[in-house]
Design a binder for this molecule. Sequence first.
Ligand code: C5P
Length: 258
Amino acid sequence: MSCDKTFKCSVADKRLRIVMGYKIGDLIASGKTKLVYALDTPSLVLLRFKDDVTALDGRRRDTIAGKGALNAAISAKLFQVLREGGVENHFVEMLDESSMVVERLSMLPLEVVCRNVATGSIVKRLPIQEGVVFDPPIVEFFLKDDARGDPMLSEAHIVALKLASRGEVDEMIRAILKANEVLKDFLSKRGLTLIDFKLEFGRKEGKLMVGDELDPDCMRIRDSETGRILDKDLYRKGASLEEVKSAYEEVYRRIVER
Ligand code: C5P
């Protein structure tokens, strides 16, 4: 993963450490919930999941001890599920409980969202009732730009801004729809309903693949029987940090431990 403009590059951590055969180098980038370190293999980087939780484009922030490890484990499992389902992504292996080795990608400054059920920003933007089922699912693109409030982009915007080609837009749509099918199936067998989720893509030697993370910070998941919210919506809606952690632990139990 390269240093995109939503990450602040830093040269603060110059120590070189060796873990499991990898030499961990400089801190390349520091995001809201993750740190990116160089590794001695230039084609790989280390992604460390922080215990921070944020909302409102980073204007609200808290720390939940253990959240980084939960999200790292959930992401690792779901990236493996995606790979088995034919959706290529950057996951290589776990290094410790909150750190994973991933392919170094040149990230596109885009958030690609797939929606199965209407909630969140779409019901604020459009005259659509909360809870309406989208069949087929809806795919949306947003520019990663906190200062502009992450505006929604059309394919024409993406091409005009030279963020991706038309072919790449089609490829991202196909990949997220495939990911949606794979994840919906995997989660439903665990009593979980996938409402919506966000992916980020990057290029490796010109080829697109899924990067970033895949956990309750960037998906909406509900208990299929009770409708209990099991994702970051709890934090967005002002639930206690204990409630947020307990929901993430429930997702971990059903996705990783099972
Ligand atoms: O807020 P909105 O309804 O557009 O979010 C759609 C999906 O994308 C949700 O699963 C949310 O968690 C995710 N998302 C994200 N990062 C953002 C915005 C949305 O992971 N910056």
